[in-house]
Ligand binder design. Sequence first.
Ligand SMILES: Cc1cc2nc3c(=O)[nH]c(=O)nc-3n(C[C@H](O)[C@H](O)[C@H](O)COP(=O)(O)OP(=O)(O)OC[C@H]3O[C@@H](n4cnc5c(N)ncnc54)[C@H](O)[C@@H]3O)c2cc1C
Length: 445
Amino acid sequence: MRSLLMKSPVAIAMFWIAIYLMITLLPLLILLLYPPTGDRTIWLEFSVALGFVGLAMMALQFALTARINIIEASYGVDLILQFHRYTSIVAFFFILIHPLILFILDPETLQLLNFLEAPWRARFAVVATLALIGLIVTSIWRQPLKIPYEPWRILHGILAACAVGFGLAHALGVGYYLNLFWKALLWGGLSLLALWLLVYIRLVKPWFMTKKLYLVEAVNAERGNVWSLVLRPRGHEGITFQPGQFAWITLGISPFRMREHPFSMASNGDNPECLEFGIKAVGDFTKTIKDVKPGTKAYLDGPYGVFTTDRYEDSAGFVLIAGGIGITPIMSMLVTAAEREDERPYLLIYANKKREDITYHEEIEALKVKLDLTIVHVLREPPEDWSGESGYVDKELLERYIPQRRGSRNYFICAVPKMMDQVEAALHELGVPVTHVHMEHYNLV
Ligand SMILES: Cc1cc2nc3c(=O)[nH]c(=O)nc-3n(C[C@H](O)[C@H](O)[C@H](O)COP(=O)(O)OP(=O)(O)OC[C@H]3O[C@@H](n4cnc5c(N)ncnc54)[C@H](O)[C@@H]3O)c2cc1C
């Protein structure tokens, strides 16, 4: 079993799905052991089951977002967060349907919504449900509601802790299925574990980060409104990483402040002594990078991610497709391959608006000396003397460059969401196997 898990990413992924289903359903099955005696309708039992499964799913969300390396290494942060979003919505509906069934079965129970007169167990349920509604609304509509990312993240943690904490308090208060001490202990333990994961990510991990300090060595201007941030480890060996991975960076402040941002490493993954990031100035934090002084303290949480050529050692070569700042993980793949003297063919298709926007233009050209590298620049607004490709990276363009034996390569795409969707669809139409297409999304929420 262990050797199978070690070998196959699919087996590892299936293993975690099985664990997820088990943890979601096991508490429910345990509730059915030594069931309380009572004459209750099937609808009532169904409603209660929805409540318990919803609560277990909510508790598991903490594990999904705790950046547990072994889980992230099986799926990648994109997929995990996607799963987190969908399962949260499913759990939300389970929890919402739970009281709705009760209200339909017995309209008198609507009185439990009267917060002032209702018993505590009902008040807990109301608070948990309101917290859950707040969670869903502020997550789905964060941008239209204009909630900045950092305050949203803090609010998200508080609302999630309230939803699970008060949800459990409600279940314990009702007590029907949790009447036996060991059952209450088990459910209490599950919820405490979930809250511990929140403490772990907000306090324990930052504490470990303070033990591994980095110092800013330089900040260099690149083309395309991008700034190269060069970090060196101070008092420790630094980290190696698989090219294409990313880390969460805290710059100039304590990691306990929870103001960290994810950035892909753009440098050689095998060199722990110097880490480079290419950061595009787009918002509050990234626009301050240009003013960061050498010697500024930095803390890293990582490496994370499965967007890496290292996972496909058997691939005959690679097709790398970048749009704008999406070049950073791909730059790392190319630099690392060059340093490793990789002899396999690399095709880079790199889309930008103008020639002046091409980040790392010269550095990439220079890699041709060490690598079997074909570069195709695609400009949306080419200058008059431009003889290269122009327009968008579409099916026709891809067909001209990607190899005839589509399945012999692995394809990596990092760009704005619209370009990624279009390129993914085009590759699909051109017969590239879906398992050979890998993508990194920069907008997590
Ligand atoms: C895996 C990954 C790798 C990335 N690699 C790079 C890279 O190599 N170079 C680069 O320039 N950008 C990269 N990004 C994007 C970068 O993290 C955001 O541009 C940056 O965090 C924006 O912060 P801001 O405050 O300047 O902008 P804002 O205007 O505040 O935010 C713009 C958007 O960025 C996202 N964002 C903001 N703050 C955070 C945060 N703390 N954590 C997560 N997302 C946030 C939100 O979706 C937000 O809507 C990467 C993102 C991810 C998820």
